[in-house]
Design a protein around this ligand. Structure first.
Ligand SMILES: Cc1cc2nc3c(=O)[nH]c(=O)nc-3n(C[C@H](O)[C@H](O)[C@H](O)COP(=O)(O)O)c2cc1C
Length: 327
């Protein structure tokens, strides 16, 4: 008997817990179809907003893979020990047209029991509310709102951040709503503001001087991530799960394969979003992750739902461990 990989996020049944995260690898219909074809239960499209400054940031985007010695090389297939150091921006699309495009892709995805999810990174509260409503009108079935984009601190303008933005969007739409948070944001507050699910957590900002030129690699501060971030994400997910039992948590930041998906489920996530790995190695990473996870579940004799939060619920305090050791 094969294991049941089904899970539930934001009140929606997903066929498996593997999601393609929003990135430049989910910016076109072809890319989105490729991720659905690779078996992803959901694909979060590249984020949009209305700000010309954010669009200019995407045109100036730059990416470097860093090996374990922090030597930069161009984007391409990555090792588990590599980090991705990059600047990104937001899509320059006409919103109503983009909503129609995504809604058509979502109808296609539904035939594969999958979802295409629009993503908003807001610059202006009222425009964000309007955009969310436009996605709902177009027939989309799920929305992600990113209030924790790491580049917000460096962008001149055009990227907004903060859990307070959630309330207005929540009021305007009845769609299932995932709120993507920065590492320091409160999951409890996001849920109280009306999120049906939280995505924990966006990448951190980094800095890397080039030893030869003595100038910054890429010329700026930039977001950074790698498999090394996984234990940090696992910690945040476990803490969020324990503080908000039953909350729907999507984990992102550091997952590279199906074993990482299993680890994040054990920490309390209901699904896992892959960004960097799809960008560096293509959508086949998603297929590989689903297969590895299926093999792990079979070996363990467990369904995906059995794994969610199991390790987190067995975390002991330092004090409990000390008492046990004394006896
Ligand atoms: C180049 C790049 C562009 C990204 N663009 C977006 C975006 O537009 N919206 C968003 O919510 N997240 C964006 N992200 C974040 C990813 O969706 C993902 O949450 C993050 O990279 C951490 O997961 P990972 O370790 O699998 O990369 C981007 C990440 C990268 C690397």
């Amino acid at each position: 008997m094969s294991a049941d990989l089904g899970t539930r996020v934001a009140g929606l049944e997903l066929k498996n817990p593997v999601i393609a995260a929003s990135s430049e690898a989910t910016a076109t219909p072809e890319q989105i179809r490729a991720c659905i074809g690779a078996g992803a239960a959901a694909v979060v499209a590249k984020s949009v907003n209305e700000s010309p400054a954010a669009h200019a940031n995407l045109r100036a985007a730059e990416y470097a893979l860093l090996d374990e010695g922090l030597q930069p090389r161009p984007l391409g297939p990555a090792q588990r020990t590599d980090s991705l150091f990059c600047r990104s921006g937001l899509l320059d699309v006409e919103l109503a047209e983009w909503a129609e495009t995504l809604a058509a892709l979502d109808r296609e995805a539904a035939e594969d029991s999958a979802y295409v999810v629009p993503s908003l990174i807001v610059a202006d509260h009222d425009r964000a509310v309007e955009a969310a409503a436009a996605f709902e009108r177009a027939g989309l079935r799920w929305l992600e709102l990113n209030v924790g984009a790491p580049h917000a601190s460096e962008a001149a303008e055009g990227i907004g951040a903060g859990v307070e933005l959630v309330r207005g969007v929540r009021k305007a739409i009845s769609l299932p709503l995932t709120v993507k948070l920065a590492a320091g944001d409160s999951v409890t507050e996001a849920l109280a503001a009306g999120a049906d699910a939280v995505c924990v957590a966006t990448r951190a900002m980094g800095f890397l001087p080039d030893l030869e030129t003595r100038r910054p690699v890429l010329g700026t501060f930039a977001a950074v991530g790698g498999a090394w971030a996984l234990p940090l994400t696992l910690y945040r997910v476990a803490k969020a799960h324990l503080a908000n039992p039953g909350a729907s948590i999507v984990a992102t930041n550091g997952a590279r394969d199906g074993f990482d998906v299993a680890r994040l489920l054990l920490a309390g996530a209901s699904a896992v979003a892959f960004g960097t790995a799809v960008l560096t190695d293509g959508p086949a990473v998603l297929t590989g992750a689903i297969e590895t996870l299926a093999g792990y579940c079979e070996e363990q004799g467990a369904d995906v739902r059995d794994l969610i939060g199991e390790a987190a619920r067995h975390v002991q305090t330092y004090e409990e461990v000390a008492i046990e050791r004394r006896h």
